[in-house]
Write a protein that binds this ligand. Structure first.
Ligand SMILES: Nc1ncnc2c1ncn2[C@@H]1O[C@H](COP(=O)(O)OP(=O)(O)OP(=O)(O)O)[C@@H](O)[C@H]1O
Ligand SMILES: [Mg+2]
Length: 283
């Protein structure tokens, strides 16, 4: 096992852990004023699974992710991550402890512009969880190789393309060695030609067994990589199930209509649309 493989293996679940749900939302209700945004959400994510949440704009997808990280507190219902009752956390220290375990990557990558790529990856592990600098730097280099940006370690974010910055943001989330990682529309701000390289990195993480929850409008990608899919509409889960059911034989007419609109008649994504060779070429 080389250094990269050995580090990545620390991110993966043991067989015993894989049996229990890592994330559970039970009957979660959340309102902003009069706006009932989540109206009884049930979601379950097992270790090592890739779960996609799809649905129309405003249906509550981002709100679900923000509840899982404790950024939003529901009015009722239960949220657990591992043994932690997220909805019961009260202190900032408890919330920070949770966020060390749950990686979150958004549309905006928010890298520190005055730090190099490597420094962006080292700062949180050393400052927030007190990892020694040499270990943090070794992890960071392994992760940059993983997202095929080892050659950009000393570059500044402003010198990278949007797709490269988003791959750094994914590596930065992984640098905390999270138990799971949440992706919220991570490709929607990117130029079409850089979307594929970010999806390839996420696909690799899923193939490695990282627990991932994805909110995405990339339906073909969701279809290709997900184990389970949840379809949300107006704050409710209309339907959920294995990817073959949701995309192949949706039970709800609403799911069917949404997917028909979202997918059109476009071609299915090939299993590996971008070759690793192409991505590993310094750009
Ligand atoms: N901080 C907030 N304050 C008030 N209302 C909010 C807030 N965040 C979200 N909402 C409302 O909650 C509803 C769900 O928003 P959410 O962002 O979860 O939708 P979404 O499914 O992620 O949509 P999109 O696909 O457009 O990202 C919307 O009606 C939105 O206006
Ligand atoms: Mg959203």
């Amino acid at each position: 096992m080389n250094a990269t493989e050995s580090f990545l293996s620390t991110l993966l679940a043991t067989p015993a852990e894989a049996a229990a749900p890592l994330v559970q939302l039970n009957n979660v209700h959340l309102a902003f004023g009069d706006n009932q945004v989540l109206q009884g959400i049930d979601v379950e994510v097992r270790r090592g699974q890739a779960v996609s949440i799809i649905g129309p704009s405003g249906s509550g997808k981002s709100t679900i992710l923000r509840c899982i990280t404790g950024l939003l507190r529901p009015q009722s219902g239960a949220i657990t991550v591992g043994e932690t009752r997220v909805d019961a956390l009260r202190t900032e220290a408890e919330l920070i402890a949770l966020r060390k375990r749950v990686g979150f990557v958004f549309q905006q990558y928010n890298l520190f512009p005055h730090l190099t790529v490597l420094q962006n990856l080292v700062i949180a592990p050393t400052r927030v969880i007190g990892r020694d600098h040499a270990t943090a730097e070794r992890d960071a280099r392994a992760l940059l190789d993983k997202v095929r940006l080892g050659h950009k370690a000393d570059a500044y974010p402003g010198e990278l393309s949007g797709g490269q910055q988003q791959r750094v943001a994914i590596a930065r989330a992984l640098a905390m060695r999270p138990e799971l990682i949440l992706f919220d529309e991570v490709t929607s701000a990117l130029d079409p030609e850089t979307v594929g390289e970010v999806l390839t990195v996420i696909r690799d993480l899923v193939d490695d067994g990282m627990t991932c929850v994805l909110v995405t409008h990339e339906m073909r990608f969701a279809e290709e990589i997900s184990d389970q899919v949840y379809f949300t509409e107006a704050g409710r889960i209309v339907e959920h199930g294995p990817v073959s059911q949701i995309f192949g034989q949706p039970r709800s007419e609403r799911t069917r209509a949404f997917l028909q609109r979202a997918l059109g008649n476009g071609p299915r994504t090939p299993r590996h649309p971008l070759s690793i060779d192409r991505l590993s070429t310094p750009t």
